[in-house]
Design a binder for this molecule. Structure first.
Ligand SMILES: Cc1cc2nc3c(=O)[nH]c(=O)nc-3n(C[C@H](O)[C@H](O)[C@H](O)COP(=O)(O)OP(=O)(O)OC[C@H]3O[C@@H](n4cnc5c(N)ncnc54)[C@H](O)[C@@H]3O)c2cc1C
Length: 386
């Protein structure tokens, strides 16, 4: 056991924590990242779908280990409806999260950050001299700022209703089409969420389900087997998804929360690489500014900037989620059917993948909105009389 001294300690070596560290180190701030697992990027709990533009904004040009696939088409199905959307304009790619996290770790290390794996953060206290003393399984670490990037582990005390169970298998199967993402809605099987197939290339893919109150292991097995052909599983993960939106405050004194730890995952799809990664960058910059100016109020800029970018977006997604949770299969069929309408398709196909809540506003503002309202009302009546 040893003790050491840094300006900043980051707990959690994934996308948010590592990008915070990269930004700090590149501004000359001493920073250490502690990661409880033995390897950065594992165990992976991600579908790996992200926009190329989003990665670019995070300062990441995916290397050949990271990039897996382009997404050319998205097929959305429900009980009796099916729509095919062209995804080429959205420039969505599938990446290997284990490799992506390592690529960011390498960026952070080159900038001067220290990274320690198999080092679990335990607790934080004060040493009585305006420094924190953090207890870890690898000894004590003294620091002036503490960044909590431990993912949803940090949200453990939040309401259970904001978590959905999910399961995702990595499989080989002939029915996985190389450049087609498939999303299946079924309010009985996956209430409040959906099942997904994300192709990683060469007949491989990540197949998952999430839903309120379901046994995800059974639901996913049934989903995979309903495809009707042989398949081989090479990895299984079970992880809760956070759908509660951003928490009330990201900064308390010199403690800063980033990423899933701050609820910065999209409430619609639970996608978080982009919104959590941007948080890491903004937090890193604000902490560096705070250290350089010796002025803690500079930390607030991080929260303001993140909320300017995402608050409105997340609010609309939360609304969409509330609607989704109330829809039955008949209503889902009608909505998915309505997406075939030419103008709406065009809008959806050209929407920015990272800011997709606009689609909802556009649907509500278009002629389909009237139909949607009728659908929702019909759905409410069906619920009352069933
Ligand atoms: C099934 C599933 C599929 C998903 N698919 C997508 C997708 O396709 N696209 C997308 O954009 N997003 C997706 N997401 C969301 C995305 O994975 C997360 O939003 C993102 O990983 C959040 O990054 P983070 O750095 O905040 O937290 P995490 O990635 O959760 O990292 C937290 C890190 O902290 C470490 N840690 C925890 N406790 C401690 C401790 N005490 N000491 C030290 N280290 C600790 C953990 O080991 C982990 O490495 C998916 C999520 C799930 C569950």
């Amino acid at each position: 056991m040893s003790s050491s001294n840094y300006d900043v300690l980051v707990a959690g070596g994934s996308v948010a924590g590592l990008l915070t560290a990269r930004e700090l180190a590149s501004r000359g701030i001493s920073v250490v990242v502690v990661e409880e697992h033995h390897e950065i990027g594992t165990p992976e709990h991600c579908g790996g779908m992200v926009s190329a533009q989003g990665l670019n904004n995070l300062g990441i040009m995916p290397d050949s280990n990271v990039f897996q696939n382009f997404v050319a088409k998205t097929i959305i199905t429900s009980h009796c409806s099916r729509v095919e959307l062209n995804s080429e304009h959205q420039n969505v790619i599938v990446i290997d999260r284990r490799a992506l996290d390592k690529q960011i770790a390498h960026q952070a290390q080159r900038a001067g950050a220290a990274i320690r794996t198999r080092c679990t953060f335990k607790s934080i206290g004060s040493d009585g001299a305006k420094r924190f003393i953090a207890k870890t399984t690898d000894g004590d670490i003294f620091c002036r700022y503490f960044v909590d990037a431990r993912g949803i582990a940090s949200l453990a005390s939040s309401g259970r209703e904001n978590f959905l169970p999910s399961a995702q298998f990595e499989i080989y199967a002939s029915w996985i089409k190389d450049d087609i993402v498939q999303v299946t809605f079924d309010s009985d099987l996956y209430p409040g969420f959906f099942a997904w197939i994300i192709p990683t290339g060469q007949g491989m893919g990540k197949v998952g389900v999430a839903g309120r109150g379901i046994n995800v292991s059974t639901a996913l097995k049934q989903f995979v087997e309903s495809r009707g052909e042989n398949y081989s599983t090479i990895r299984k993960i079970f992880a809760p998804i956070w759908i509660g939106g951003a928490i009330d405050s990201f900064v308390t004194g010199k403690t800063i929360l980033v990423g899933d730890a701050a609820g910065q995952t999209k409430p619609s799809t639970a996608g978080g690489i982009y919104s959590c990664g941007i948080a890491g960058i903004l937090a890193g910059r604000a902490i560096a500014e705070s250290i350089n100016l010796n002025e803690d109020s500079a930390l607030k800029v991080y929260e303001q900037e993140w909320r300017n970018l995402f608050q409105n977006e997340f609010r609309k997604m939360t609304m969409a989620r509330k609607v989704l949770e109330r829809l039955d299969n008949k209503a889902l069929d009608e909505i998915i059917n309505s997406l075939k309408e030419h103008k709406l398709r065009e809008i959806i196909e050209s929407t920015d993948f990272d800011y997709h809540s606009n689609v909802l506003s556009l649907i509500l503002g278009s002629g389909v909105g009237v139909k949607l309202t009728r659908t929702l009302l019909g759905n409410e009546f069906r619920k009352i009389f069933s």
